[in-house]
Ligand binder design. Structure first.
Ligand SMILES: [Zn+2]
Ligand SMILES: [Zn+2]
Length: 333
């Protein structure tokens, strides 16, 4: 409910910001955008995600109906499509991280190809965030999935709520304010959030290690993604140097790590590696603590946990893997 509230309040703040001027306008619009994307991502990648795993309430039918409502409110793919692509394909160890994995396919279509140099992959990432082709294809995929969805009363009700909210906002302000304050974050910023999250998430196209059981690929091809850097230490340098180190640390956290945590890795996405090891865990609401517990009491047959601090380190690791892959490995090999 907190995610839903964040989303709706974010939409309203983003649109209402157009009543303001100057710095107040900029700050309010930015707050609305961050809240909208944060709420929408938690609605889908945390709540709907657990629903498609039937781990939200324990009642599979209720969970799917709940996820369908969230999918309509955010205009993302239907829960039925999400379950098929994520639960039935992404989590299968023989499909996971191969070109047959829907998440890997989305990246492949965006130009992230095995064997490309890391420099080229970084450029591709930068260009993809502003690519009309990428955003158009992504949006078409979302809308097509929604149009194909079953006409249940939950879906129709959710669509009416969304329509009433948007109509109300347009009548109070303007179409221009709704497009920039609400539609832009739901489409472009949301899709960039997914792109940056996916591209740092798994060792796409990388061959399995071949060690141990096949399901261990979920551990070798996943890692913790945490936001932050260790605090500066005074190693005999001057007080001025120490002060500057702290200023840099604070600025880095405010301008980089905090926005990443809010917009790209909200909810339990930092612990996605734990989810791959224990997809049915009821501890997803406290995933950070549950992962720590699992690190301490790790089943020794499984590969040990790895983690990256700072999103760019995780992306670099993914790009190293893609660059050294010979081709987009298929699960059908
Ligand atoms: Zn999952
Ligand atoms: Zn995954």
């Amino acid at each position: 409910m907190l995610a839903l509230g964040t989303y709706f309040v974010g939409l309203c703040i983003g649109v209402a910001s157009f009543k303001l001027d100057g710095v107040a306008f900029g700050l309010t619009l930015l707050t609305g955008w961050v809240m909208t994307v944060n709420g929408a991502r938690r609605m889908i990648s945390t709540v709907a995600h657990q629903c498609v795993h039937a781990a939200f309430s324990g009642d599979k039918r209720f969970d799917m109906a709940f996820a369908e409502v969230f999918a309509v409110l955010t205009q993302t793919q239907t829960a039925a499509d999400y379950r098929r692509e994520h639960f039935e394909l992404h989590h299968r160890h023989d499909v996971f991280s191969t070109i047959d994995d829907p998440s890997a396919k989305l990246l492949w279509k965006a130009g992230f190809r095995a064997g490309a140099s890391t420099k080229r992959l970084w450029w591709n990432l930068l260009l993809t965030t502003v690519s009309v082709r990428f955003h158009g294809a992504f949006l078409r995929r979302r809308i097509t999935s929604q149009m194909r969805g079953a006409m249940t009363w939950q879906r129709v009700g959710a669509a009416l709520v969304m329509l009433m909210l948007l109509t109300g906002l347009v009548s109070q302000l303007s179409l221009h304010a709704v497009m920039l304050g609400a539609v832009f974050p739901v489409v472009v910023l949301y899709q960039n959030s997914v792109l940056l999250e996916f591209i740092s998430e798994h060792a796409w196209f990388v061959e399995p290690s071949g060690l141990g059981r096949k399901k261990y690929i979920h551990a070798t091809h996943s890692w913790g993604r945490f936001c932050g850097r260790s605090a500066p230490k005074r190693q005999g340098g001057s007080a001025v140097r120490y002060g500057l180190d702290w200023m840099r640390w604070v600025m880095e956290h405010l301008a980089y790590h905090l926005p990443v945590r809010l917009v790209i890795l909200p909810g339990d996405l930092s612990q996605h590696d734990f989810h791959h090891r224990r997809p049915a865990t009821p501890c997803w609401t406290t995933a950070a603590y549950a992962r720590e517990e699992d690190v301490r009491n790790c089943d020794e047959r499984w590969p040990s946990y790895t983690e990256f601090w700072g999103l760019h380190h995780a992306i670099s690791h993914v790009f190293d893997g893609i660059a050294s892959s010979k081709r987009e490995r298929s699960g059908m090999d």
